[in-house]
Design a protein around this ligand. Structure first.
Ligand code: AMP
Ligand code: ZN
Length: 498
């Protein structure tokens, strides 16, 4: 079976067929950079990463584009409150988001277009919609999309037009328009917009783009008229993506995206996340708190993108244990002794080794098969993780058995097959990739602490008490506490990872 996706547009599981064989153009709706991205946003970004990695693993040449929404009601309001320009206000949040993404091992997109840089393209697109009769301007300098002109409107979300537009982000009553359901392509200028530098000249008047046209313009400009995949969180299906389709197809007359995928929203300790509920968690806070990035990655990745994912502290701890298990397993595979090649062996031991080796190779083959089948089936990552851990358990069992006679080791090709399988699976999951970084940080820290403890012991031997105290303070500042005892000095790090 090849790669299949559950397409929101058709509500069916479909084989993935890109416009150009072997290539995939992907557009993902990125964050609105008016604050630090929360853990829900990162569930969706982790899902983007999975799509990105799976496509590359299957051999696609991927063009992955994720935008930054740097002009909309929220960024303008926030910039005004701080008396900053839009760019001054938003730029640090884009940087922060990329830093957090890197920490979590999220592969970089090929391009991160920022809406304010594409205003010319938006103006061109709106002009095309006006020319083609899909839009109209009003006296206040705004331009509206006339949804009655686009027959397929509502197809993605399955809504009919009479249902109105609940969930619309814009306070529509501030503007004049023909029909309450029409949405803004361009918003006539307001004083607030000018104050933060969020106003541009357009043939129909000065103003700023509506949120939906931003994504259409960036996607068409950077990928082309027809995308292979368009990604977002489930809240974006309506109206954002419905409107993107109406705009893009209205302008080009071609299908906008072949496949639409939407990630279900994350919950926190079983509740919907919101600032008012006090359960609003940012990834930045978690990382600052010392939560392991690999554990967070594992947790955010662990559920199928169309099923509920509940973020809990207990879940985070379980994820930390899963990561540790993988790291231990990898270390074990790397250090396990290899048996001599068949011809060099003495008699008597070869059969047991051969059997253990075959067992490990079979387990590796079965794991790759199950892992692949799960991911090709609409990115069933829970199934893929299960295949991985079944493999870890089986291979560990074989290694335990071999250790019953440790001098014999295991056949090199079997160990190699196990390492290759683990490497292939982690190339998609990226958990070890991130976990190794913290382990090497831990190793560096230990080496440094041990060296400092030796220096302190020397200072004490020389009765240089102030130097000894200085070293202790240095360690304390690094979060390391010392315990002196008759047998020497032990140390531990405060705030162990969750
Ligand atoms: P925003 O910054 O609100 O524009 O959202 C950026 C991305 O995060 C979009 O794809 C949203 O659908 C997604 N998103 C927002 N809230 C959540 C949540 N609680 N769980 C999962 N994804 C979310
Ligand atoms: Zn978008």
């Amino acid at each position: 079976m090849g790669l299949h996706f559950h397409n929101t547009l058709t509500r069916r599981l479909e084989p993935f067929e890109s416009v150009e064989a072997g290539k995939a153009g992907v557009y993902a709706c990125g964050p609105t950079i008016y604050g630090h991205a929360h853990i829900g946003n990162f569930r969706t970004f982790m899902f983007y990463d999975l799509v990105h990695r799976v496509l590359e693993w299957r051999g696609y040449e991927v063009r992955f584009v994720m935008n930054f929404t740097d002009v909309d009601d929220k960024t303008i309001r926030a910039a005004r409150a701080k008396e900053m320009t839009l760019d001054e206000y938003t730029a640090p949040f884009a940087e922060a988001m990329l830093g957090e993404s890197d920490a979590l091992g999220i592969r970089r997109a090929d391009l991160y277009p920022r809406a304010t840089v594409y205003v010319d393209r938006m103006i061109d697109l709106i002009q095309r919609l006006l020319d083609r009769g899909f839009a109209y301007a009003t006296d206040d300098g705004s331009v509206w999309y006339d949804i009655s002109s686009f027959e397929a409107y509502g197809r993605l979300s399955g809504r009919d037009l009479e249902q109105g537009r609940p969930g619309e982000r814009v306070a529509e009553d501030e503007y004049a328009k023909d029909d309450a359901r029409d949405f803004a392509l361009w918003k006539g200028v307001k004083r607030e917009d000018e104050e933060v530098g969020a106003a541009w000249d357009a043939p129909w008047g000065r103003g700023r783009p509506g949120w939906h046209i931003e994504c259409s313009a960036m996607a068409l400009a950077e990928i082309g008229d027809t995308l292979d995949l368009h990604l977002g969180g489930e809240d974006l299906i309506f109206p954002h993506h419905e409107d993107e389709i109406a705009q893009s197809e209205g302008a080009t007359g071609k299908p906008f995206s072949r496949v639409w995928l939407h990630a279900k929203h994350l919950r926190v300790e079983g509740e919907k996340m919101s600032k008012s509920a006090g359960n609003f968690v940012t990834v930045r806070e978690l990382l600052d708190e010392g939560v392991s990035p690999a554990a967070l990655r594992h947790l955010l990745l662990s559920a199928h993108y169309r099923s509920e994912l509940n973020f809990t502290r207990a879940g985070l701890q379980a994820s930390a244990r899963a990561v540790a298990r993988l790291l231990d397993f990898e270390a074990r595979l790397l250090s396990h002794p290899e048996a001599p090649a068949i011809g060099d062996r003495g008699t008597g031991s070869g059969d047991a080794e051969g059997e253990a080796g075959r067992g490990i190779r079979d387990a590796a083959d079965r794991a790759i098969e199950a892992f692949t089948a799960a991911l090709l089936d609409d990115l069933n990552v829970a199934g893929a993780l299960a295949a991985l851990f079944v493999f870890v358990n089986e291979a560990n069992r074989r290694l335990d058995a071999a250790l019953g006679d440790p001098s014999h080791g295991l056949p090199a090709d079997a160990l190699e097959a196990a390492r290759a399988a683990l490497g292939e699976m982690d190339g998609v999951l990226g958990i070890l990739e991130v976990g190794r970084r913290s382990r090497s940080v831990d190793a560096e820290l230990s080496a440094w602490v041990e060296e400092r403890i030796r220096a302190r012991a020397h200072a004490r031997a020389d009765r240089d008490w102030s130097e000894a105290d200085r070293i202790r303070d240095e360690l304390t500042a690094a979060g390391v506490v010392l315990e002196d005892s008759a047998t020497g000095t032990r140390w531990k790090k405060l705030s162990e990872e969750g």
